[in-house]
Design a binder for this molecule. Sequence first.
Ligand SMILES: [Zn+2]
Length: 134
Amino acid sequence: MAPESIVDHRARAALEFCWADGARHLAEYRWLRSSCPCADCKALRAAQSGDSAGELPPAAAVHLTDIQPVGAYGVQFVFSDGHDRGIFPWTFLRELLDRRRVQHPCGASPEFVSEEAPMGRCSDAENPTRDGAH
Ligand SMILES: [Zn+2]
């Protein structure tokens, strides 16, 4: 269930996940940080919003400093704010990205969508087929 590849778009401060089923997601570092599933972050989210699974307000300029594989289980991100306890199981990460995609096409803000990194399914959604008839 691990993604086939992870592309680090450092200029965009985002990771691109490519999955075996063809799905692709773009996830900003700071969004990953705010979605950290560790016990500390869950407690923080629960305290702030009452929802331990929600997103924290995005940290201003958090970068990803390291990515450590955790066996076949998932991945551990090390963030520039020193937080390195967030282990994202692949299944959790995929669910998180899929769920977010419903609200945010491409799992990214619009400025991430460009010809430089076209997101297959998302560009389809942006250009709905027109029937031509008026
Ligand atoms: Zn955390």
